[in-house]
Write a protein that binds this ligand. Sequence first.
Ligand code: G
Ligand code: G
Ligand code: MN
Ligand code: NA
Length: 248
Amino acid sequence: LQINQDFPEALSNKEFKLYFQPYFDIESKRIVGAEVLVRWIKNGVTIPPSEFIPVLEQTRNIVKLEDYVIKETIAFIEEFKNKLNLIPLSVNLSPTSLMDDDFIDKLISMAGKLSQFINIEITERLFLDKLNKAKSLLKKLRAKGFRIYIDDFGTGYSSLSYLSSLPIDCIKIDISFVKKILEDEKTKAIVKTIIYLAKQLNLFTIAEGIETEKHLTALKEMGCQIAQGFLLSKPLPKEDFLNLLKNH
Ligand code: G
Ligand code: G
Ligand code: MN
Ligand code: NA
């Protein structure tokens, strides 16, 4: 596999598939949204995004892939908005795509009013270089109806001093923290503090990587509202995701 060399053909062959991992309101156990996660399925073998996204990010191919993911997500919403009680879908976007003015303008025009069903997941890397440009583009997206989630919160370059000034809606607590909350008092204190801080800033929090009831209960007691993880649901292919929504 030569990731960047094989990419154009893989894209036109539709080897990239969207998976959907729902997230749940902890209190009501209702599905309140789902994260779109792309997989590369080549000759029946699934290549996870952790393998190909960082490589595609070294070139403009990442923008082409994310353009495709956005198109497919919008098509999905179009298809099911009148048939299902639709929930918002979160799409991960890399800093390269977000910093591209043409990409953003296209995203806004393609989504139109469906932007209310689309969340954009970004990582703290976006704020590393061009903080002011990042802020203004997120403001623009929010003004058009998109919601902004910070992914992998606390693992990157987060600075508490700028958190209050960012145009965002939600913080996703990284799986590396969640994994340790039952054994490590210090990690537990950090997670409690993140949740408290988010509340003070009128943001909601999603805990990622919930694998056991114990983790779920601990997060609930800390005031976290929303949970995502294998305990609740794995990332699902489209048909399985639709069945889950139908029966929900
Ligand atoms: O599903 P898995 O655990 O392998 O996902 C690994 C990572 O890939 C996650 O951090 C997820 O955010 C990221 N990811 C999945 N799809 C996309 C995408 O379309 N764009 C970007 N930038 N990241 C993605
Ligand atoms: O970085 P990002 O948050 O977008 O990554 C999401 C990734 O985490 C997906 O690849 C998904 O497969 C993975 N994931 C989701 N839930 C769990 C979980 O409960 N445990 C573990 N280990 N990974 C998870
Ligand atoms: Mn994510
Ligand atoms: Na994450």
